[in-house]
Design a protein around this ligand. Structure first.
Ligand code: ZN
Length: 349
């Protein structure tokens, strides 16, 4: 297997940058022995674990290349259908792809109008929610996605959402619940779902719901890039999405970097794959996260939260998913855009 040694490179270790050192890529993983390796002088550059975008939607394999070009080596898809498309994307590369398959939705609201949304995604009873989860398990999904809406907004009823979360948990799967209004957020948090994604664009998350998330150890994937893009629908409004993320962070809720990147007809806004993650970093900084916290939110934290034990850090034995950038992104976050080289499982792209 081909070996590459990066010389004199500083490494993001989850807290800050190490002193310059040698990092060895040995085949698809990180190694220790640089004997016989091709050498790259990386003085002045920083090596980061490959980024994980914790909320994307893929419709075409080229989007995996777009993601990788911007340093996103793992794409956590939060709604993809039909099953044949999911299967094809799993082996397409170069970025690694995980998926919820289709989401569980209610009969009304925006999601029910997305072209191609399977009719079987509409879940209106607890029994239907259990059957939905059983079908996803049979398809081999990595987690379950559901859409919470405020009462009256056309989402699944509360008992169906609860049954979805419980049925997934009984089968060893986490649930990610979409919630983009304060009322939806209340419903989503109350189910105990492991992940709540989006934040209200307009309107504040209730303080009791923020406190409940902290107490339950739930994780938020705010997708501020999408909320910013969707704000154009609310002409003139300043938006509450950054303040909502700031409140979650201040309360100690774990925040992951996710963009809702998509090219999906019917979505509130199109968000570019890959480049959007760097905009998400800027918005997370506005919400009060430090650069080191933001880099964690796109590497080690999503790897742990989603059980991806083979990635998210730079140490021997883990997948060689790597981003080499010019400069010091802990001192200046904009350095994440100054990408020199990306490796996906040891393959330079
Ligand atoms: Zn989404």
């Amino acid at each position: 297997m081909a070996k590459t040694a990066l010389r004199d490179v500083r490494v993001f270790d989850g807290r800050g940058l190490t002193e310059p050192r040698t990092v060895v890529i040995d085949g698809s993983v990180l190694g220790t022995d640089s004997a016989g390796a091709r050498e790259i002088d990386a003085a002045g550059a920083t090596l980061l674990p490959g980024f994980i975008d914790a909320h994307v939607h893929l419709t075409a394999p080229e989007q995996l290349a777009d993601l990788a070009a911007w340093g996103v080596t793992t794409a956590l898809d939060m709604g993809c259908f039909p099953a044949e498309r999911v299967a094809a994307l799993r082996s397409a590369g170069p970025a690694d792809f995980r998926s919820a398959g289709p989401p569980a939705i209610g009969p009304g609201g925006m999601h029910a109008r997305i072209p191609g949304m399977p009719a079987s995604s509409i879940v209106t009873t607890a029994d239907a929610a259990v059957r939905f989860v059983e079908k996803r398990v049979a398809e081999g999904v990595d987690y379950v996605k559901g859409v919470a809406e405020a009462p009256g907004d056309g989402g699944p009823p509360a008992e169906a959402l609860q049954a979805l979360v419980d049925a997934a948990r009984e089968r060893g799967l986490h649930t990610v619940l979409h919630a983009a209004t304060p009322g939806a957020y209340h419903l989503a948090v109350a189910t105990g779902a492991r992940f709540v994604t989006h934040v209200p664009t307009i309107g504040r998350i209730a303080a009791e719901d923020v406190a409940a998330m902290t107490a339950a150890g739930q994780t938020a994937v705010p997708t501020l890039t999408m909320m910013e893009a969707a704000l154009t629908r609310f002409a003139g409004a300043a938006g509450d999405f950054v303040a909502n993320a700031a409140a979650l962070h201040a309360a100690g809720v774990e925040i992951l970097a996710g963009t809702d990147a998509n090219a999906q007809p019917g979505a509130p806004a199109e968000v570019a794959h890959g480049s959007s993650l760097h905009r998400e970093f800027e918005l997370l900084a506005e919400a009060g996260l430090t650069p080191a916290e933001i880099l964690r939110a796109a590497t080690v934290d999503p790897a742990r939260a989603f059980g991806l034990t083979d990635r998210g850090e730079i140490r021997p034995g883990l997948r060689a998913d790597l981003v080499l950038v010019e400069g010091d992104p802990v001192a200046d976050l904009s350095a994440t855009r100054a990408i020199r080289t990306v490796w996906c499982a040891g393959t330079e792209i």
